[in-house]
Design a protein around this ligand. Structure first.
Ligand SMILES: [Ca+2]
Length: 633
Protein backbone atom coordinates (compact mmCIF):
# COMPACT_ATOMS: atom_id res chain seq x y z
CA UNK A 1 0.00 0.00 0.00
CA UNK A 2 1.53 3.29 -1.01
CA UNK A 3 2.07 6.19 1.36
CA UNK A 4 -0.15 8.15 -0.98
CA UNK A 5 -3.06 5.82 -0.22
CA UNK A 6 -6.23 7.48 0.86
CA UNK A 7 -7.82 5.95 3.89
CA UNK A 8 -11.33 6.84 2.98
CA UNK A 9 -11.10 5.16 -0.38
CA UNK A 10 -9.39 2.17 1.14
CA UNK A 11 -12.48 1.83 3.25
CA UNK A 12 -10.79 0.61 6.39
CA UNK A 13 -11.13 1.53 10.02
CA UNK A 14 -10.04 5.08 10.85
CA UNK A 15 -7.11 5.57 13.13
CA UNK A 16 -5.72 2.19 12.21
CA UNK A 17 -6.11 3.23 8.59
CA UNK A 18 -4.11 6.41 9.04
CA UNK A 19 -1.22 4.34 10.25
CA UNK A 20 -1.60 2.04 7.29
CA UNK A 21 -1.98 4.85 4.81
CA UNK A 22 1.02 6.73 6.08
CA UNK A 23 3.06 3.57 6.51
CA UNK A 24 5.73 3.74 9.18
CA UNK A 25 6.04 7.42 8.71
CA UNK A 26 3.11 8.56 10.80
CA UNK A 27 1.60 6.10 13.25
CA UNK A 28 -1.95 6.91 14.15
CA UNK A 29 -3.86 6.73 17.37
CA UNK A 30 -3.95 3.23 18.70
CA UNK A 31 -7.65 2.59 18.65
CA UNK A 32 -7.44 -1.13 19.21
CA UNK A 33 -8.40 -3.24 22.16
CA UNK A 34 -10.72 -0.76 23.85
CA UNK A 35 -7.77 1.10 25.34
CA UNK A 36 -7.92 4.85 25.71
CA UNK A 37 -4.16 5.05 25.46
CA UNK A 38 -2.76 5.86 22.04
CA UNK A 39 0.67 5.36 20.63
CA UNK A 40 2.84 8.46 20.58
CA UNK A 41 3.15 10.05 17.18
CA UNK A 42 6.36 10.08 15.18
CA UNK A 43 8.53 13.14 15.25
CA UNK A 44 8.57 13.91 11.57
CA UNK A 45 6.55 13.06 8.54
CA UNK A 46 7.92 11.73 5.28
CA UNK A 47 9.05 13.69 2.26
CA UNK A 48 6.34 16.06 1.15
CA UNK A 49 4.13 15.09 4.09
CA UNK A 50 4.20 18.04 6.37
CA UNK A 51 3.26 17.87 9.99
CA UNK A 52 3.07 20.44 12.74
CA UNK A 53 2.73 20.40 16.49
CA UNK A 54 0.59 22.30 18.94
CA UNK A 55 0.79 22.10 22.72
CA UNK A 56 -1.02 23.89 25.56
CA UNK A 57 2.33 25.27 26.74
CA UNK A 58 3.57 26.10 23.24
CA UNK A 59 3.94 29.49 21.58
CA UNK A 60 2.45 30.83 18.38
CA UNK A 61 5.79 32.59 17.84
CA UNK A 62 7.53 29.18 17.66
CA UNK A 63 8.03 27.20 14.47
CA UNK A 64 5.42 24.48 15.03
CA UNK A 65 7.90 21.61 15.28
CA UNK A 66 7.56 18.90 17.88
CA UNK A 67 10.33 20.54 19.92
CA UNK A 68 8.87 24.03 19.48
CA UNK A 69 5.12 23.60 19.18
CA UNK A 70 2.58 26.31 18.57
CA UNK A 71 0.03 27.11 21.25
CA UNK A 72 -3.24 27.34 19.29
CA UNK A 73 -4.94 25.36 16.60
CA UNK A 74 -6.07 28.65 15.06
CA UNK A 75 -2.46 29.57 14.46
CA UNK A 76 -1.79 26.21 12.82
CA UNK A 77 -4.82 26.75 10.60
CA UNK A 78 -3.68 30.26 9.67
CA UNK A 79 -0.13 29.21 8.84
CA UNK A 80 -1.43 26.41 6.62
CA UNK A 81 -3.77 28.89 4.95
CA UNK A 82 -1.32 31.70 4.37
CA UNK A 83 1.44 29.40 3.11
CA UNK A 84 -1.08 27.68 0.86
CA UNK A 85 0.12 24.31 2.15
CA UNK A 86 -3.00 22.36 1.23
CA UNK A 87 -2.60 22.90 -2.50
CA UNK A 88 -1.83 19.69 -4.40
CA UNK A 89 -1.28 17.41 -1.39
CA UNK A 90 0.51 14.10 -1.98
CA UNK A 91 -0.36 12.78 1.46
CA UNK A 92 -2.23 13.93 4.53
CA UNK A 93 -1.10 17.13 6.19
CA UNK A 94 -1.14 16.48 9.93
CA UNK A 95 -1.38 18.83 12.88
CA UNK A 96 -0.52 16.98 16.10
CA UNK A 97 -2.04 18.26 19.30
CA UNK A 98 -0.23 17.29 22.47
CA UNK A 99 -2.20 16.21 25.50
CA UNK A 100 -3.73 18.89 27.67
CA UNK A 101 -6.51 21.44 27.83
CA UNK A 102 -6.99 24.03 25.10
CA UNK A 103 -9.33 26.78 26.32
CA UNK A 104 -11.76 27.89 23.62
CA UNK A 105 -12.46 31.56 24.21
CA UNK A 106 -13.97 31.91 20.76
CA UNK A 107 -15.47 29.32 18.40
CA UNK A 108 -12.75 27.81 16.20
CA UNK A 109 -13.77 28.16 12.58
CA UNK A 110 -12.67 26.30 9.47
CA UNK A 111 -13.89 27.13 5.99
CA UNK A 112 -13.35 26.00 2.42
CA UNK A 113 -9.85 27.51 2.42
CA UNK A 114 -8.88 24.80 4.91
CA UNK A 115 -9.78 21.83 2.72
CA UNK A 116 -7.41 19.05 1.74
CA UNK A 117 -6.70 18.24 -1.89
CA UNK A 118 -6.24 15.27 -4.22
CA UNK A 119 -8.31 13.21 -1.79
CA UNK A 120 -5.77 13.78 0.97
CA UNK A 121 -6.82 15.28 4.23
CA UNK A 122 -5.77 17.98 6.59
CA UNK A 123 -5.82 16.14 9.92
CA UNK A 124 -5.97 17.63 13.40
CA UNK A 125 -5.26 14.81 15.81
CA UNK A 126 -4.81 14.19 19.49
CA UNK A 127 -1.23 12.95 19.31
CA UNK A 128 -1.15 11.30 22.73
CA UNK A 129 -4.29 9.24 22.30
CA UNK A 130 -8.06 9.56 22.15
CA UNK A 131 -9.50 12.25 24.37
CA UNK A 132 -6.10 13.56 25.49
CA UNK A 133 -6.14 16.91 23.66
CA UNK A 134 -9.22 18.66 25.01
CA UNK A 135 -10.99 21.74 23.71
CA UNK A 136 -12.79 23.25 26.66
CA UNK A 137 -15.25 26.06 25.98
CA UNK A 138 -15.34 27.13 29.60
CA UNK A 139 -13.46 28.81 32.41
CA UNK A 140 -12.99 27.50 35.90
CA UNK A 141 -14.73 29.34 38.72
CA UNK A 142 -12.60 29.72 41.84
CA UNK A 143 -12.59 31.85 44.99
CA UNK A 144 -15.59 30.22 46.65
CA UNK A 145 -16.75 31.53 49.99
CA UNK A 146 -19.52 30.24 52.25
CA UNK A 147 -22.82 32.08 51.80
CA UNK A 148 -25.49 30.35 53.93
CA UNK A 149 -27.34 27.04 54.33
CA UNK A 150 -24.51 25.09 52.70
CA UNK A 151 -24.48 27.40 49.68
CA UNK A 152 -21.21 28.92 48.46
CA UNK A 153 -20.69 31.89 46.22
CA UNK A 154 -17.93 33.23 43.97
CA UNK A 155 -17.41 36.26 41.78
CA UNK A 156 -17.40 35.56 38.06
CA UNK A 157 -15.62 37.89 35.68
CA UNK A 158 -18.07 37.75 32.80
CA UNK A 159 -19.42 40.09 30.15
CA UNK A 160 -22.28 37.81 29.20
CA UNK A 161 -24.42 35.40 31.22
CA UNK A 162 -24.22 31.63 30.91
CA UNK A 163 -27.05 29.10 30.90
CA UNK A 164 -25.65 25.87 32.30
CA UNK A 165 -22.83 24.84 34.64
CA UNK A 166 -20.54 21.84 34.99
CA UNK A 167 -19.11 20.47 38.23
CA UNK A 168 -16.55 17.66 38.04
CA UNK A 169 -17.62 16.73 34.52
CA UNK A 170 -21.36 16.59 35.23
CA UNK A 171 -24.08 19.15 34.70
CA UNK A 172 -25.26 21.01 37.78
CA UNK A 173 -28.97 21.87 38.06
CA UNK A 174 -30.20 25.41 37.61
CA UNK A 175 -31.96 26.31 40.90
CA UNK A 176 -35.52 25.09 40.46
CA UNK A 177 -38.86 24.32 42.06
CA UNK A 178 -39.93 21.66 42.63
CA UNK A 179 -36.53 20.06 43.27
CA UNK A 180 -35.67 17.22 40.93
CA UNK A 181 -35.98 13.74 42.32
CA UNK A 182 -32.52 12.64 41.15
CA UNK A 183 -29.80 13.36 38.58
CA UNK A 184 -31.43 10.83 36.30
CA UNK A 185 -34.87 12.44 36.22
CA UNK A 186 -36.52 15.70 35.24
CA UNK A 187 -39.55 15.08 37.45
CA UNK A 188 -41.29 16.07 39.61
CA UNK A 189 -43.29 18.80 37.95
CA UNK A 190 -46.12 21.19 38.62
CA UNK A 191 -49.07 21.12 36.20
CA UNK A 192 -50.63 24.12 34.51
CA UNK A 193 -54.33 24.78 34.99
CA UNK A 194 -56.90 26.54 32.87
CA UNK A 195 -56.72 30.29 33.44
CA UNK A 196 -60.39 30.79 32.69
CA UNK A 197 -63.02 29.03 30.56
CA UNK A 198 -62.32 28.90 26.80
CA UNK A 199 -58.64 29.81 27.30
CA UNK A 200 -57.23 26.39 26.29
CA UNK A 201 -55.35 27.85 23.33
CA UNK A 202 -53.26 30.35 25.32
CA UNK A 203 -49.52 29.94 24.76
CA UNK A 204 -47.95 32.78 26.67
CA UNK A 205 -49.64 32.45 30.05
CA UNK A 206 -49.55 29.62 32.56
CA UNK A 207 -52.22 29.25 35.20
CA UNK A 208 -51.17 27.64 38.44
CA UNK A 209 -52.90 26.10 41.41
CA UNK A 210 -53.31 28.50 44.33
CA UNK A 211 -50.53 27.93 46.84
CA UNK A 212 -48.07 26.24 44.48
CA UNK A 213 -46.15 29.44 43.77
CA UNK A 214 -44.68 31.58 46.52
CA UNK A 215 -45.33 35.30 46.04
CA UNK A 216 -42.09 36.10 47.83
CA UNK A 217 -39.99 34.48 45.07
CA UNK A 218 -37.85 37.02 43.25
CA UNK A 219 -38.55 36.27 39.60
CA UNK A 220 -36.56 39.27 38.36
CA UNK A 221 -39.60 40.42 36.43
CA UNK A 222 -39.02 42.92 33.61
CA UNK A 223 -35.25 42.44 33.71
CA UNK A 224 -32.91 40.80 31.22
CA UNK A 225 -32.34 37.94 33.68
CA UNK A 226 -35.78 36.62 34.61
CA UNK A 227 -36.78 33.26 36.04
CA UNK A 228 -37.87 30.66 33.47
CA UNK A 229 -40.25 27.80 32.97
CA UNK A 230 -39.15 24.47 31.57
CA UNK A 231 -42.45 23.17 30.26
CA UNK A 232 -43.81 20.26 28.23
CA UNK A 233 -46.22 22.55 26.39
CA UNK A 234 -49.23 20.91 24.80
CA UNK A 235 -51.11 19.78 27.89
CA UNK A 236 -51.07 15.99 27.92
CA UNK A 237 -48.99 15.88 24.71
CA UNK A 238 -45.49 15.14 25.89
CA UNK A 239 -43.68 15.83 22.62
CA UNK A 240 -41.61 18.98 23.04
CA UNK A 241 -40.24 21.13 25.83
CA UNK A 242 -39.85 24.89 25.94
CA UNK A 243 -37.45 26.77 28.18
CA UNK A 244 -39.00 30.19 28.31
CA UNK A 245 -38.35 33.33 30.35
CA UNK A 246 -41.13 34.64 32.58
CA UNK A 247 -42.14 38.23 31.95
CA UNK A 248 -43.98 38.67 35.23
CA UNK A 249 -46.37 36.98 37.61
CA UNK A 250 -49.97 37.96 38.10
CA UNK A 251 -50.39 36.84 41.73
CA UNK A 252 -53.98 38.06 41.86
CA UNK A 253 -55.13 35.79 39.03
CA UNK A 254 -52.77 32.87 39.80
CA UNK A 255 -50.92 32.98 36.51
CA UNK A 256 -47.55 33.91 35.04
CA UNK A 257 -47.00 35.66 31.73
CA UNK A 258 -44.20 34.44 29.44
CA UNK A 259 -41.84 36.36 27.18
CA UNK A 260 -42.50 34.09 24.18
CA UNK A 261 -45.16 31.77 22.87
CA UNK A 262 -44.58 28.10 23.55
CA UNK A 263 -44.65 25.36 20.90
CA UNK A 264 -48.14 24.26 21.91
CA UNK A 265 -50.90 25.58 24.13
CA UNK A 266 -50.78 24.96 27.88
CA UNK A 267 -54.00 22.99 28.21
CA UNK A 268 -55.83 20.38 26.21
CA UNK A 269 -58.94 18.41 26.98
CA UNK A 270 -57.10 15.81 28.98
CA UNK A 271 -54.56 17.68 31.05
CA UNK A 272 -52.37 20.65 31.79
CA UNK A 273 -48.69 20.95 30.87
CA UNK A 274 -45.99 19.69 33.21
CA UNK A 275 -43.40 22.29 34.18
CA UNK A 276 -40.89 23.47 36.74
CA UNK A 277 -39.72 26.99 37.61
CA UNK A 278 -36.02 27.80 37.53
CA UNK A 279 -33.41 30.54 37.69
CA UNK A 280 -34.04 32.38 40.94
CA UNK A 281 -31.83 32.49 44.04
CA UNK A 282 -34.97 31.87 46.06
CA UNK A 283 -35.21 28.40 44.46
CA UNK A 284 -31.69 27.38 45.43
CA UNK A 285 -32.07 24.92 48.29
CA UNK A 286 -30.94 21.51 47.01
CA UNK A 287 -27.46 20.05 46.63
CA UNK A 288 -25.95 20.49 43.16
CA UNK A 289 -28.23 23.45 42.36
CA UNK A 290 -26.66 26.69 41.19
CA UNK A 291 -27.78 30.23 40.45
CA UNK A 292 -25.99 32.94 38.52
CA UNK A 293 -26.82 36.43 39.72
CA UNK A 294 -26.14 38.20 36.45
CA UNK A 295 -26.65 41.70 37.87
CA UNK A 296 -23.97 41.31 40.56
CA UNK A 297 -21.88 38.73 38.63
CA UNK A 298 -21.92 36.27 41.48
CA UNK A 299 -22.36 32.54 41.16
CA UNK A 300 -24.10 30.57 43.91
CA UNK A 301 -23.74 26.80 44.24
CA UNK A 302 -24.71 24.27 46.90
CA UNK A 303 -22.14 21.48 46.73
CA UNK A 304 -22.74 17.89 47.56
CA UNK A 305 -21.05 16.90 50.81
CA UNK A 306 -21.13 20.48 52.06
CA UNK A 307 -17.71 21.48 50.76
CA UNK A 308 -16.16 22.98 47.64
CA UNK A 309 -12.86 21.21 48.38
CA UNK A 310 -11.64 19.40 45.28
CA UNK A 311 -14.58 20.50 43.16
CA UNK A 312 -13.88 21.80 39.67
CA UNK A 313 -16.59 24.19 38.54
CA UNK A 314 -16.66 25.20 34.86
CA UNK A 315 -18.80 27.99 33.47
CA UNK A 316 -19.24 27.78 29.70
CA UNK A 317 -18.07 30.65 27.53
CA UNK A 318 -19.16 29.43 24.09
CA UNK A 319 -22.04 27.53 22.55
CA UNK A 320 -19.81 26.12 19.79
CA UNK A 321 -16.27 24.75 19.82
CA UNK A 322 -15.85 23.98 16.13
CA UNK A 323 -17.64 25.57 13.19
CA UNK A 324 -16.86 23.79 9.93
CA UNK A 325 -18.44 25.69 7.08
CA UNK A 326 -17.90 26.03 3.37
CA UNK A 327 -19.02 29.30 1.82
CA UNK A 328 -21.85 27.79 -0.23
CA UNK A 329 -23.17 24.32 -1.16
CA UNK A 330 -20.97 24.61 -4.25
CA UNK A 331 -17.89 25.75 -2.33
CA UNK A 332 -17.67 23.16 0.39
CA UNK A 333 -15.14 22.54 3.06
CA UNK A 334 -13.79 19.05 2.35
CA UNK A 335 -11.16 16.49 3.24
CA UNK A 336 -10.68 17.75 6.78
CA UNK A 337 -10.40 15.38 9.73
CA UNK A 338 -10.39 15.63 13.49
CA UNK A 339 -9.13 12.58 15.33
CA UNK A 340 -9.32 11.76 19.01
CA UNK A 341 -10.17 15.25 20.25
CA UNK A 342 -11.94 16.02 23.49
CA UNK A 343 -14.61 18.67 23.02
CA UNK A 344 -16.51 19.85 26.05
CA UNK A 345 -18.35 22.27 28.30
CA UNK A 346 -20.42 24.39 25.93
CA UNK A 347 -23.30 26.71 26.74
CA UNK A 348 -27.07 26.63 26.32
CA UNK A 349 -29.42 29.58 25.71
CA UNK A 350 -31.96 31.68 27.57
CA UNK A 351 -34.99 30.78 25.46
CA UNK A 352 -35.51 27.52 23.64
CA UNK A 353 -38.47 26.35 21.61
CA UNK A 354 -38.41 23.44 19.20
CA UNK A 355 -39.14 24.76 15.72
CA UNK A 356 -41.58 27.35 14.50
CA UNK A 357 -45.19 27.15 15.66
CA UNK A 358 -46.80 27.36 12.22
CA UNK A 359 -45.85 26.58 8.64
CA UNK A 360 -44.17 29.58 7.07
CA UNK A 361 -43.16 31.13 10.40
CA UNK A 362 -39.50 31.08 9.37
CA UNK A 363 -40.32 34.03 7.15
CA UNK A 364 -38.61 32.31 4.25
CA UNK A 365 -40.37 31.15 1.12
CA UNK A 366 -40.29 27.39 0.65
CA UNK A 367 -42.11 24.77 -1.37
CA UNK A 368 -42.93 22.94 1.86
CA UNK A 369 -43.25 25.65 4.50
CA UNK A 370 -44.55 22.94 6.91
CA UNK A 371 -40.93 21.83 7.31
CA UNK A 372 -40.48 24.99 9.42
CA UNK A 373 -42.27 23.11 12.20
CA UNK A 374 -39.97 20.11 12.02
CA UNK A 375 -36.58 21.78 12.27
CA UNK A 376 -34.80 24.15 14.60
CA UNK A 377 -35.45 27.87 14.45
CA UNK A 378 -32.66 29.68 12.61
CA UNK A 379 -31.27 31.09 15.86
CA UNK A 380 -30.89 27.56 17.25
CA UNK A 381 -29.06 25.90 14.40
CA UNK A 382 -25.79 24.93 16.03
CA UNK A 383 -24.03 22.24 17.97
CA UNK A 384 -20.78 22.01 19.91
CA UNK A 385 -19.53 21.03 16.45
CA UNK A 386 -21.48 22.54 13.55
CA UNK A 387 -21.01 21.50 9.93
CA UNK A 388 -22.53 23.22 6.95
CA UNK A 389 -21.53 23.06 3.28
CA UNK A 390 -19.07 20.23 3.83
CA UNK A 391 -18.17 16.90 2.28
CA UNK A 392 -15.69 14.20 3.22
CA UNK A 393 -15.17 15.59 6.70
CA UNK A 394 -14.27 13.04 9.36
CA UNK A 395 -14.78 13.26 13.11
CA UNK A 396 -13.32 10.15 14.65
CA UNK A 397 -12.35 9.07 18.14
CA UNK A 398 -14.02 12.12 19.69
CA UNK A 399 -14.87 12.44 23.33
CA UNK A 400 -17.66 15.00 23.14
CA UNK A 401 -19.12 15.75 26.52
CA UNK A 402 -20.97 18.28 28.63
CA UNK A 403 -22.67 20.27 25.91
CA UNK A 404 -25.36 22.88 26.45
CA UNK A 405 -27.15 22.02 23.24
CA UNK A 406 -26.68 19.58 20.33
CA UNK A 407 -23.44 17.63 20.18
CA UNK A 408 -22.74 17.54 16.44
CA UNK A 409 -25.08 19.38 14.09
CA UNK A 410 -25.00 18.83 10.34
CA UNK A 411 -26.95 21.73 8.87
CA UNK A 412 -28.15 21.66 5.28
CA UNK A 413 -25.54 20.67 2.66
CA UNK A 414 -23.26 17.95 4.02
CA UNK A 415 -22.34 14.67 2.36
CA UNK A 416 -19.89 11.86 2.94
CA UNK A 417 -19.33 13.11 6.48
CA UNK A 418 -18.16 10.41 8.84
CA UNK A 419 -18.57 10.42 12.61
CA UNK A 420 -17.19 7.29 14.18
CA UNK A 421 -15.47 5.65 17.13
CA UNK A 422 -16.71 8.38 19.44
CA UNK A 423 -18.14 8.79 22.92
CA UNK A 424 -20.78 11.49 23.38
CA UNK A 425 -22.12 12.06 26.89
CA UNK A 426 -24.06 14.59 28.95
CA UNK A 427 -25.55 16.30 25.92
CA UNK A 428 -27.98 19.21 26.30
CA UNK A 429 -30.14 18.30 23.30
CA UNK A 430 -29.48 15.74 20.50
CA UNK A 431 -26.25 13.78 20.28
CA UNK A 432 -26.04 14.09 16.50
CA UNK A 433 -28.56 16.09 14.52
CA UNK A 434 -28.72 16.16 10.74
CA UNK A 435 -30.97 18.74 9.21
CA UNK A 436 -31.21 18.29 5.47
CA UNK A 437 -32.51 21.08 3.29
CA UNK A 438 -36.18 21.79 2.67
CA UNK A 439 -38.06 19.07 0.78
CA UNK A 440 -38.42 19.62 -2.94
CA UNK A 441 -35.49 22.01 -3.11
CA UNK A 442 -32.57 19.67 -3.72
CA UNK A 443 -30.97 16.64 -2.13
CA UNK A 444 -27.97 18.20 -0.39
CA UNK A 445 -27.51 16.05 2.73
CA UNK A 446 -26.68 12.40 2.12
CA UNK A 447 -24.18 9.55 2.30
CA UNK A 448 -23.08 10.31 5.82
CA UNK A 449 -21.78 7.60 8.14
CA UNK A 450 -22.45 7.38 11.88
CA UNK A 451 -20.70 4.32 13.18
CA UNK A 452 -19.28 2.85 16.37
CA UNK A 453 -20.76 5.49 18.65
CA UNK A 454 -21.71 5.44 22.31
CA UNK A 455 -24.15 8.27 23.05
CA UNK A 456 -25.01 8.48 26.74
CA UNK A 457 -27.42 10.95 28.39
CA UNK A 458 -28.98 13.16 25.72
CA UNK A 459 -31.58 15.89 26.05
CA UNK A 460 -30.48 16.92 29.52
CA UNK A 461 -31.68 20.51 28.91
CA UNK A 462 -34.07 19.79 26.03
CA UNK A 463 -35.81 16.57 27.07
CA UNK A 464 -38.60 17.22 24.55
CA UNK A 465 -37.68 15.88 21.09
CA UNK A 466 -34.36 14.56 22.44
CA UNK A 467 -32.63 11.90 20.35
CA UNK A 468 -29.25 10.24 20.29
CA UNK A 469 -29.31 10.64 16.51
CA UNK A 470 -31.98 12.66 14.70
CA UNK A 471 -32.01 12.62 10.91
CA UNK A 472 -34.18 15.16 9.06
CA UNK A 473 -34.82 14.88 5.33
CA UNK A 474 -31.50 13.17 4.65
CA UNK A 475 -30.80 9.90 2.85
CA UNK A 476 -28.30 7.18 1.97
CA UNK A 477 -26.83 7.42 5.45
CA UNK A 478 -25.42 4.49 7.37
CA UNK A 479 -26.03 4.24 11.09
CA UNK A 480 -24.34 1.19 12.59
CA UNK A 481 -22.89 -0.12 15.84
CA UNK A 482 -24.52 2.61 17.89
CA UNK A 483 -25.62 2.66 21.52
CA UNK A 484 -27.95 5.40 22.67
CA UNK A 485 -28.57 5.43 26.38
CA UNK A 486 -30.74 7.66 28.58
CA UNK A 487 -33.13 9.89 26.67
CA UNK A 488 -36.44 11.44 27.68
CA UNK A 489 -37.72 10.81 24.18
CA UNK A 490 -36.13 9.09 21.17
CA UNK A 491 -33.12 6.92 20.69
CA UNK A 492 -33.02 7.42 16.91
CA UNK A 493 -35.49 9.31 14.73
CA UNK A 494 -35.81 9.84 10.98
CA UNK A 495 -38.23 12.50 9.80
CA UNK A 496 -39.34 14.71 6.93
CA UNK A 497 -42.99 15.83 6.65
CA UNK A 498 -46.25 14.04 5.81
CA UNK A 499 -47.10 16.64 3.13
CA UNK A 500 -44.06 15.79 1.01
CA UNK A 501 -44.73 14.17 -2.37
CA UNK A 502 -42.78 11.18 -3.66
CA UNK A 503 -39.52 12.33 -5.22
CA UNK A 504 -39.38 15.51 -3.18
CA UNK A 505 -38.35 14.05 0.16
CA UNK A 506 -34.84 12.79 0.76
CA UNK A 507 -35.06 10.58 3.86
CA UNK A 508 -34.58 7.42 1.79
CA UNK A 509 -32.07 4.58 1.47
CA UNK A 510 -30.84 4.90 5.03
CA UNK A 511 -29.40 1.77 6.63
CA UNK A 512 -29.61 1.19 10.38
CA UNK A 513 -27.88 -1.85 11.87
CA UNK A 514 -26.39 -3.27 15.07
CA UNK A 515 -28.09 -0.74 17.31
CA UNK A 516 -28.94 -0.77 20.99
CA UNK A 517 -31.38 1.81 22.36
CA UNK A 518 -31.39 1.77 26.13
CA UNK A 519 -33.36 3.80 28.70
CA UNK A 520 -35.27 5.81 26.10
CA UNK A 521 -38.74 7.34 26.47
CA UNK A 522 -37.92 8.20 30.08
CA UNK A 523 -40.20 11.23 30.25
CA UNK A 524 -42.34 11.53 27.12
CA UNK A 525 -45.17 9.74 25.38
CA UNK A 526 -46.72 8.91 22.01
CA UNK A 527 -43.24 7.94 20.89
CA UNK A 528 -40.96 5.10 19.92
CA UNK A 529 -37.34 4.48 20.84
CA UNK A 530 -36.94 4.17 17.06
CA UNK A 531 -39.23 6.74 15.46
CA UNK A 532 -40.06 7.89 11.93
CA UNK A 533 -42.39 10.53 10.56
CA UNK A 534 -43.33 11.75 7.09
CA UNK A 535 -40.66 9.75 5.24
CA UNK A 536 -42.70 8.05 2.48
CA UNK A 537 -46.16 9.50 2.15
CA UNK A 538 -47.73 8.00 -0.99
CA UNK A 539 -48.50 4.48 -2.12
CA UNK A 540 -46.89 2.25 -3.11
CA UNK A 541 -44.29 1.94 -0.39
CA UNK A 542 -41.32 0.00 -1.73
CA UNK A 543 -38.67 -0.72 0.88
CA UNK A 544 -36.28 2.21 0.84
CA UNK A 545 -34.96 2.26 4.40
CA UNK A 546 -33.70 -0.79 6.26
CA UNK A 547 -33.29 -1.60 9.95
CA UNK A 548 -31.65 -4.79 11.15
CA UNK A 549 -30.17 -6.19 14.34
CA UNK A 550 -31.63 -3.72 16.81
CA UNK A 551 -32.26 -4.23 20.52
CA UNK A 552 -34.50 -1.78 22.34
CA UNK A 553 -34.55 -2.21 26.10
CA UNK A 554 -37.50 -1.25 28.30
CA UNK A 555 -39.16 2.05 27.35
CA UNK A 556 -40.82 3.21 30.56
CA UNK A 557 -41.75 6.86 31.17
CA UNK A 558 -41.92 8.78 34.42
CA UNK A 559 -45.18 8.18 36.29
CA UNK A 560 -46.17 11.83 35.81
CA UNK A 561 -46.19 11.47 32.01
CA UNK A 562 -49.81 12.09 30.92
CA UNK A 563 -49.60 11.22 27.20
CA UNK A 564 -50.41 7.93 25.47
CA UNK A 565 -47.84 5.24 25.96
CA UNK A 566 -44.33 4.42 24.85
CA UNK A 567 -43.39 2.08 22.03
CA UNK A 568 -40.29 0.34 20.85
CA UNK A 569 -40.75 1.19 17.19
CA UNK A 570 -43.21 3.90 16.18
CA UNK A 571 -43.80 4.37 12.47
CA UNK A 572 -45.86 7.55 12.66
CA UNK A 573 -47.64 9.22 9.72
CA UNK A 574 -45.53 8.59 6.63
CA UNK A 575 -43.33 6.11 8.47
CA UNK A 576 -43.50 3.78 5.48
CA UNK A 577 -41.25 1.84 3.13
CA UNK A 578 -39.06 0.26 5.80
CA UNK A 579 -37.92 -3.27 6.37
CA UNK A 580 -37.22 -4.50 9.91
CA UNK A 581 -35.15 -7.63 10.37
CA UNK A 582 -34.11 -9.19 13.67
CA UNK A 583 -35.50 -6.68 16.16
CA UNK A 584 -36.10 -7.16 19.88
CA UNK A 585 -38.06 -4.77 22.09
CA UNK A 586 -38.32 -4.87 25.88
CA UNK A 587 -41.17 -3.66 28.08
CA UNK A 588 -43.26 -0.74 26.83
CA UNK A 589 -46.47 0.90 28.03
CA UNK A 590 -48.19 0.76 24.61
CA UNK A 591 -47.27 -1.49 21.65
CA UNK A 592 -43.78 -2.77 20.99
CA UNK A 593 -44.37 -1.84 17.33
CA UNK A 594 -46.90 0.60 15.91
CA UNK A 595 -47.15 0.98 12.17
CA UNK A 596 -49.52 1.30 9.26
CA UNK A 597 -49.58 -1.65 6.84
CA UNK A 598 -46.73 -0.22 4.81
CA UNK A 599 -43.60 -1.84 6.24
CA UNK A 600 -42.03 -5.30 6.20
CA UNK A 601 -41.09 -7.15 9.37
CA UNK A 602 -38.93 -10.28 9.47
CA UNK A 603 -38.14 -11.89 12.80
CA UNK A 604 -39.16 -9.48 15.53
CA UNK A 605 -40.20 -10.32 19.06
CA UNK A 606 -43.66 -8.78 18.73
CA UNK A 607 -44.46 -11.35 16.04
CA UNK A 608 -45.18 -15.02 16.77
CA UNK A 609 -42.30 -17.33 16.00
CA UNK A 610 -39.51 -14.91 16.90
CA UNK A 611 -36.17 -16.70 16.62
CA UNK A 612 -33.75 -15.20 19.14
CA UNK A 613 -30.89 -17.26 17.74
CA UNK A 614 -30.85 -14.95 14.71
CA UNK A 615 -29.98 -11.99 16.91
CA UNK A 616 -26.28 -11.17 16.69
CA UNK A 617 -26.10 -9.80 20.23
CA UNK A 618 -22.30 -9.80 20.28
CA UNK A 619 -22.19 -7.43 17.31
CA UNK A 620 -24.91 -5.06 18.50
CA UNK A 621 -23.56 -1.82 19.96
CA UNK A 622 -20.01 -0.56 19.78
CA UNK A 623 -17.21 -2.68 18.37
CA UNK A 624 -14.33 -4.20 20.35
CA UNK A 625 -12.11 -1.51 18.82
CA UNK A 626 -14.07 1.26 20.56
CA UNK A 627 -11.42 3.66 21.90
CA UNK A 628 -13.05 4.58 25.20
CA UNK A 629 -13.85 2.43 28.19
CA UNK A 630 -17.62 2.07 28.37
CA UNK A 631 -17.64 -1.28 30.13
CA UNK A 632 -20.14 -1.40 32.95
CA UNK A 633 -22.25 1.50 31.73
CA1 LIG B 1 -34.58 24.15 44.43
Amino acid sequence: MSPQGNKRRLGVVPGIALGVAAGLVLPALAFAGGSAVGAPAADTAGPGCQSFWVAPNGSDAANGSKAKPWRTVEHARDVIRTRDLTRDLRCDLVVNLKAGTYPVARTITFDDRDSGSNGHQVVYRSADGPGKAVFEAAEEVTGWEPYKDGIYKAKVDIDQPFYTLYVDGERATTARYPNRRSDEEWAPYLESVLIEPEKEAVRDQVGYTEGEWDETWNLNSYTDWPAQLMIWSGGSWSWFTDTVPIKNADWKDNKVILDYWTRYAMINSRAGSRYFVQNSLDLLDAEDEYYLDWATKELYYKPRGGTMDGKRVLRPTQTQVLSLAGATPERRLHDLAFEGLGIESTDFMQWYRSGWISAGDSGQKHKYPEYDRQIEMTRNRFGAVTLTNTRDVELTGLHLRDTGYHGVYLLSANDHVKISDSLLENIGADGIKVEGGYPGEGDVAHHNTFSNLYIDHVGELVPGDAAGIELMDTGSNEVSHVVVKHSARYGISLEARPEVKDGEGYALNNKFSYIRLEQTGLDSGDMGAFYTYGVDNQEPHPVQNTVKQMVITDVIPDASMPDSGTRGVHMDAGGCGFSFTDIEVGQVTDDKYQSYQCNEVTNANWVAGFDATKMEYDKIGVLPTFPYDVAGR
